[in-house]
Design a protein. Structure first.
Length: 260
């Protein structure tokens, strides 16, 4: 008796649900199955999400924290492009072909940010002899993984000899003297690089700063003085290999290739 009542109750509920789904909606005299409509909408939404994820960069939180971009920086950037890269251009803008990963060799975010902030290079005689333009960078990643943007992505920044004219730069707060790069930075760097790869189809290289000399002598490397080099160890092979494990191998490389 109890089970009969249960059966009746379940049947009643089912029938009510069905009535509400295949109900009184008509379109041009044709009954509309609400369940089909819901399914169609879900399918459309799913396709839209898949399509958009392929076309647009995934969201990545980036804190805007600009360094100085004044007429002095513009003029010195144009001079650097002309005298160092041999490129006579009207505006100091770049078309990125490469991402270069660094560490700042400064243990704090504040100290790192201060180093990039002014337009004119303070100290560092070897670099000063090549140009008075201060070093600059597009992104600075703190040890907790927070990503800061210091310059717009199409602005020229001095951070890698011979390749600045085509290289986006990512600096990570840290050094090899007690402040190693963290897993949070690694994770943020990977997300940031994937975001940049989707946004800029022309990027075919992702390298560590310590690898830049591999490009000397290739058509990509533009430095008017063949003896102007600095020795770099940042961020090291282990860090770059950890990044590379998460990047599409058919898309980027660490060595020059005529058709990257
Ligand atoms: Zn570096």
């Amino acid at each position: 008796m109890v089970s009969d009542n249960k059966f009746q109750l379940v049947t009643t509920i089912r029938s009510k649900v069905t009535d509400s789904l295949i109900g009184n909606d008509y379109l041009g005299g044709k009954q509309v199955d609400k369940m089909d409509t819901i399914r169609s909408k879900w399918l459309l939404a799913t396709f839209a999400i898949i399509w958009m994820s392929g076309c647009y960069p995934a969201h990545i939180p980036i804190v805007q924290k600009p360094i100085t971009w004044d007429s002095t920086r513009v003029q010195l950037s144009l001079q650097y492009l002309r005298e160092r890269h041999g490129l006579d251009v009207d505006s100091p803008l770049i078309d990125p072909l490469m991402v270069v990963v660094h560490w700042t060799a400064i243990p704090s975010f504040e100290g790192s940010f201060r180093a990039f902030y002014p337009s004119i290079l303070p100290g560092r005689p070897l670099l000063q002899s090549a140009s008075a333009l201060n070093v600059g960078i597009h992104f600075l990643v703190d040890q907790d993984g927070t990503v800061y943007q210091l310059l717009p992505e199409d602005h020229f920044a001095r951070h890698v000899i011979g390749l600045n004219y085509c290289a986006l730069g990512i600096e990570n707060v840290g050094d090899n003297d007690g402040h190693p790069l963290t897993n949070a930075q690694l994770k943020s760097d990977i997300r940031l690089i994937k975001y940049l790869l989707k946004k800029y189809p022309g990027i075919g290289y992702v390298i560590g700063h310590h690898e830049y000399r591999e490009f000397a002598g290739t058509p990509l490397y533009k430095e008017t003085n063949p003896d102007y080099f600095t020795e770099k160890i940042d961020p090291g092979d282990a860090y770059m290999e950890a990044i590379y494990r998460h990047l599409p191998r058919n898309r980027v490389t660490r060595r020059y290739h005529p058709n990257p």
